[in-house]
Design a protein around this ligand. Structure first.
Ligand SMILES: Cc1ncc(COP(=O)(O)O)c(C=O)c1O
Length: 382
């Protein structure tokens, strides 16, 4: 298979020694991202504190993320993590006389359950939509969302089995029932195209550490412009004030747009990294990345099956991302053994996840699957 991104591989030094297939957990670090991190350090070392330059970098990173998901820059807030983004929304939702129910799915990351269960206001009003054969059919949303649902929270791609949901269809159902739609895009942003306007998404969050190729401590929250004014942040700070530079202690108002969900000084170093990584991803093109990764996905499903591995979730490429979860006993141990062979994967819930990005090749996947199958085989013989 032709690798359209072979020139990009040189930007990822780790690939000279390792097969890196863990983008669902942490993407490989690219040289331009490492240089951006160094630049943050060197400017501090050589030219001292420069608040305005750091704020400008924050805006640049926001603008690029907005472009990645088809939003406007004032609809983006910088937050420390996806958990913080969900919590910010959970505590800001308006009281509604009739709508008190929050819906989420069993394909969501555990942070989602943790956050909604922690809300006294909602913890007796939770609807969990259960997957069947590893996926959720649109009819289930039709059935489970009703005139009491205030917000429906869905993962674009599931962290456990790589199932990809049709956000456009879900948005249509959810909105028809009068609920808001929150999308956790941490497993999709950076390798699957997202257009929040076309898809009619109300709110979306994604961190930068996985497919967005950044470092931990930085995430983005998108909130549709008209919705921002209806939400009153309760988790707040001076970055969320209307005029933070006024340093006014006693008079406040919330910033316009999604900025109102920001709290304190962000991780500027994470924003330097995010800006460089987003530049790289926008240049490579999310549509092209997805098309390439679909080919890798087809290959890993077929090659895994040929080697006798059991894939978790649906087999249909239409419903899944390039993340392939192979069922394995002692997955954490197997992950460690693969690492000893210089293959980086990620274990979760009784499976080893193989999560390629545009820097990977078919040969990377074949090598990882061969080694995984050999390890499983050896253990079965013991
Ligand atoms: C889909 C998804 N959502 C949320 C999270 C948690 O993100 P954070 O650590 O930024 O809160 C993860 C982490 O793996 C994830 O995969």
């Amino acid at each position: 298979m032709e690798h359209p991104y072979h020139t990009y591989r040189a930007l990822f030094p780790v690939l000279t020694k390792y097969v890196h297939l863990a983008a669902c957990s942490g993407g490989a670090l690219a040289l331009p991202v490492a240089r951006a991190i160094e630049k943050y350090h060197s400017t501090l070392l050589e030219t001292g504190a420069n608040w305005q330059a750091h704020l400008a970098k924050m805006e640049e990173a926001k603008e690029k993320f907005a472009r990645l998901i088809g939003a406007e820059i004032d609809e983006i807030a910088v937050v420390p993590s996806v958990s913080d983004a969900v919590s910010a929304i959970a505590v800001s939702l308006p009281e509604h006389p009739k709508r008190r129910q929050i819906a989420f799915t069993d394909l969501d990351f555990p942070a989602i359950g943790q956050i909604w269960l922690a809300q006294d206001r909602f913890n007796h009003h939770l609807t969990v939509i259960h997957s069947q054969d590893g996926m959720i059919r649109t009819e289930q949303y039709e059935k489970e969302i009703n005139d009491q649902t205030l917000l429906t929270c869905v993962p674009h791609v599931s962290y456990c089995n790589g199932v990809k949901q049709s956000l456009t269809e879900i948005a249509e159902i959810v909105h028809h029932k009068g609920s808001l739609l929150f999308v956790d895009a941490y497993q999709s942003a950076g390798h699957i195209p997202i257009h929040v306007k076309d898809m009619k998404i109300d709110m979306l969050a994604a961190g930068t550490r996985k497919y967005m190729l950044g470092i931990p401590g930085t995430a983005f929250l998108y909130v549709r412009r008209e919705l921002c004014e209806q939400l009153r942040p309760k988790l707040t700070g001076w970055f969320g004030k209307s005029r933070p530079s006024s340093f006014d202690l006693l008079h406040s108002g919330f910033a316009e747009g999604a900025k109102r969900f920001e709290t304190g000084t962000p991780s500027f170093i994470g924003l330097y990294a995010a800006d460089a990584a987003l530049k790289l991803l926008l240049e490579a093109g999310p549509e092209e990345i997805e098309a390439y990764l679909q080919k890798l996905a087809r290959f890993s499903l077929q090659y895994g099956a040929d080697k006798g591995l059991q894939i978790i979730g649906p087999q249909n490429l239409h419903n899944r991302s390039s993340l392939a979860s192979f069922r394995v006993k002692d997955a954490t141990q197997i992950e460690a053994l693969l690492r000893e062979k210089n293959i980086i994967t990620s274990a979760r819930n009784g499976a080893v996840r193989i999560a390629p990005h545009f820097y990977n090749t078919k040969e990377d996947i074949a090598h990882a699957v061969d080694e995984l199958a050999a390890l499983i085989h050896r253990r079965t013989l013991k």
